[in-house]
Design a protein around this ligand. Sequence first.
Ligand code: FAD
Length: 445
Amino acid sequence: MNNPEVLERLRSLLGRGLITDPKALKPYETDGITAIREVPWLVALPESEAQVEAVLAICHEHEIPVVARGAGTGLSGGARPVADGLVLGLSRLNQILEIDLDNAVARVQPGVRNLAITEAASAHGLYYAPDPSSQIACSIGGNVAENSGGVHCLKYGLTLHNVLGVKLLCIDGQVLSLGGKRMDSPGYDLLALTMGSEGMLGIVTEVTVRLLPVPPYKQAAEDFVHAGYPRDAAAVLICELDGVAAEVESDLALVDRVLKSQGAFDIRVAVTAEEQERLWLGRKAAFPAVGRISPDYYCMDGTIPRAKLAEVLHRIAQLSEQYGLAVANVFHAGDGNLHPLILYDSNQPGQLAGAEEMGGRILELCVAAGGTVTGEHGVGVEKLDQMCVQFGSAELEQMHRLKAAFDPQGLLNPGKAVPALTRCSELGGMHVHDGRVPFPNLPRF
Ligand SMILES: Cc1cc2nc3c(=O)[nH]c(=O)nc-3n(C[C@H](O)[C@H](O)[C@H](O)COP(=O)(O)OP(=O)(O)OC[C@H]3O[C@@H](n4cnc5c(N)ncnc54)[C@H](O)[C@@H]3O)c2cc1C
């Protein structure tokens, strides 16, 4: 694509914040799921909301597709560029605008890292609860767009439950101010609609988050972090308890009783902050730790009703045997959010395709168990086919209508999150009824 007028206008707006050199564009070709790549036409790195607005106005006028990008840690290809489009990188909008102690909220720009909010609030005894394992790097704008979760979310809720307000810039220049420092708003809940919207409805340019008091009391891959996990266990469960001392003590007794009754043979209680941190480090570093035992891995993200955990893990083990690919199961057990990591070697012919196919089967298994094809990583481009399993045409049509209400030209993150109905019909109307897809024995394409 070449459009000298657009290039000139963007260059005079952004200066060095416009990237056009093919070598410099390369790092933007993928997000955290590196098997899915596309080099964009341009990358724009605005430094202010006014610049974001001006970039969108140019793209709207010239019908240029726009893919928003936070930190690029997404695991479903949501920030993967389109070849003739512009990547709108929001990492330079990284200011904490306000910490309002009276209302216990923070107002931040979209490029602020998740952990930076807690770092800024901790001096006041406050923190931001949702804590994706990528929190050291991922942005709050990306968290909103993916409705991200983390280990605190079983008790304190997802991004959806901890974001009170969002400023959303639409592709036609409208600015929507949704929510605020209060708990609820009248009318349709457009704020909730932005959660998990994957950059398809508008660009998040400001986020107001709820801050919580740091609880007074907390109890909380061995070769990688030396966390002290037992090496002979089939599974390790980390359980964090927080609250006032009396509450934590009674919860601890209860958890101890439940775990022992279910066959736990080694229960360790972390008391000091260092012990707690070491135990969590093993979980938070689980993905890189798997890199020690396999050249590549494919991370899935499905969610099931908690009571189905054992059954679904058993089926995953069967699929692992069938496909000849090992699986390391890392998950948020309390939320029923599974992350089976399918281990493969991309240098071995057929292994990547096998891993992708097996990943699809795992997600269909989650739907059949009454769950969903994504817990927190979003649909992106990775799970489009499985959206046809999850939803029928009535639901998908409403999603397309919703997208058209915000972005009638389909310029924002085209081809992501909601599959075209033709795609689903080519796949054979895979919507699950009574826990089964139609004609389960037929091969899917
Ligand atoms: C090691 C590792 C561990 C992870 N652990 C977790 C976890 O525990 N929980 C979890 O939920 N996720 C996890 N993730 C996935 C990922 O970090 C989250 O989805 C995160 O929210 C993505 O944020 P980001 O800033 O990197 O967004 P990106 O990857 O840059 O973008 C993600 C999506 O958001 C859109 N987007 C980004 N910014 C904006 C904006 N300002 N306005 C509109 N749309 C926008 C993009 O278009 C894209 O569709 C993990 C990833 C890795 C690599």
